[in-house]
Design a binder for this molecule. Structure first.
Ligand SMILES: NC(=O)N[C@@H](CC(=O)O)C(=O)O
Ligand SMILES: [Zn+2]
Ligand SMILES: [Zn+2]
Length: 430
């Protein structure tokens, strides 16, 4: 038995919308018929998708699932459910767990849990660059690669030593693996909870300067040039980083980059008060930085959109702006936020947004997903672009509710998520 998805709206390579019927067999897209044709559905399951967008499943290359070690914030089970509800079919999980993902055994643990509790969502573990993420000694890159990590990163902290980063890049380049970098110079941050700027000034807080990020970006582009590695910059938030990445691309360095919805939508001036749901790393920056990252995404300097889904418990966030941990959840609001604020307003085409959440991350990391061609894995998301709803953290499937977007009225909510032809989540099953 196969599955027919009938009358859904799909986008072609040039972003044109067309009504199609998709037939899924053995987990793959087996046929695509034009909307005028009448498929033979007898004996098959039918999903009616009239009025819905059928998008390739979203791919999120930057997420925190918190297991092992921080199961009160999130688990592989809750995180993948939350991801599926957001329309994500493939997610790459960061290694800042407890223990960190710096051994083959921990990689195997993530893979095993995903198999049994991952709700069908594809979870790609990252391996650490340094043992325990301490920046002192490199991990076993060969072993971690063989175990199946997607790339190397110490996300959560910056690699402070330039020489260690260069050594890491040389090893990764030899293995054909990317280095993915959280860019932050610790000597410039010193306990500041928010960006330098009007909010920090008003509340008498220390500010995180833009250069603390951009100095690593610049350093690492030079090191990537020297080593030939594929260097990917995490959560770009500043105008200065954008300028350096643009230059890196111009001179032929293999540098790619990601941006998060919150850095595209919010500036430090929007922070309403001492509410730690507005505290994340990198912090919300100035309006000028927001404009720069938007422009960089539009001109291709920044390649893709990721959530940096970073769940923390209510208790942890209640510690206040200075003491609460950095991070906000992202899966369940990413697409409606971006669709409502950039596509429904006419600034971006729908195809532009979808590509940055599907085919672009797949191309950049050499993954076989992110499109709906005949023969591709049936990883897809049905989205009701007209459905309007307020963001209500109480209904998140994530274990955590730390979002600054509470109460935002948004359009474009996923209604069904399928991975390899199996339904991972549907609105109707909630
Ligand atoms: N982004 C965040 O604010 N927090 C992340 C760490 C990280 O992505 O650097 C976390 O693990 O909580
Ligand atoms: Zn980070
Ligand atoms: Zn992160």
């Amino acid at each position: 038995m196969g599955i027919w998805i009938l009358n859904g709206t799909t986008l072609d390579a040039s972003g044109q919308e067309a009504v199609k019927h998709l037939f899924i067999e053995n987990g793959k897209i087996a046929q695509r018929l034009d909307g005028q044709e009448t498929p033979e559905t007898a004996g098959h399951e039918v999903i009616e998708a009239a009025g819905k967008l059928v998008s390739p499943g979203f791919i999120d290359m930057h997420v925190h699932l918190r297991e092992p070690g921080f199961e009160h914030k999130e688990t592989i089970a809750s995180g993948t459910r939350s991801a599926a509800r957001g329309g994500y079919t493939t997610i790459a999980c960061m290694p800042n767990t407890k223990p960190v993902i710096d051994t083959v055994d921990t990689v195997k643990f993530i893979q095993g849990k995903t198999e049994t509790e991952g709700n069908g969502v594809r979870v790609l573990p990252y391996g650490c660059i340094s043992k325990n993420q301490l920046g002192r000694e490199l991990t076993d890159f060969e072993g971690l690669k063989d175990a199946g990590v997607v790339a190397f990163t110490d996300d959560g902290v910056g690699v402070q030593s330039a020489q260690m980063m260069k050594d890491a890049m040389a090893r990764a380049a030899a293995l054909g693996m990317p280095i993915v970098a959280h860019c932050e110079d610790d000597t410039m941050v010193k306990g500041a909870p928010v960006s330098e700027g009007t909010f920090a000034d008003k509340h008498g807080l220390k500010g995180i300067p833009n250069e603390s990020e951009a100095i690593h970006v610049g350093r690492d582009i030079l090191l990537a040039e020297a080593t030939g590695v594929h260097y990917h910059v995490c959560h770009v938030s500043t105008e200065q980083s954008v300028r350096l990445i643009r230059l890196g691309k111009q001179i032929g360095v293999k540098v790619t980059a990601e941006v998060c919805p919150h850095h595209l939508l919010l500036s430090e001036e929007d922070i309403p008060g001492m509410d730690a749901n507005w505290k994340m790393n990198p912090p919300l920056r100035s309006k000028r930085d927001v404009e720069a990252v938007i422009e960089a995404l539009e001109d291709g300097t920044i390649d893709m959109i990721v959530t940096d889904h970073a769940p923390h418990s209510d208790e942890e966030k209640a510690k206040g702006m200075q003491l609460a941990p950095f991070g906000i959840v992202g899966f369940e609001t990413a697409f409606p936020l971006l669709y409502t604020k950039f596509v429904a307003t006419g600034k971006w085409s729908l195809g532009f947004l979808i590509e940055r959440m599907t085919s672009v991350p797949a191309d950049v990391f050499g993954l076989p997903w992110g499109q709906l061609e005949i023969g591709s894995e049936a990883d897809l998301t049905l989205i009701d672009l007209k459905k309007e709803k307020e963001v209500d953290p109480a209904e998140f499937l994530s274990k955590s509710r730390n979002t600054p977007f509470t109460g935002w009225k948004l359009k474009g909510w996923p209604v069904l998520t399928m991975v390899a032809g199996s339904v991972a989540w549907t609105e109707s099953s909630e």
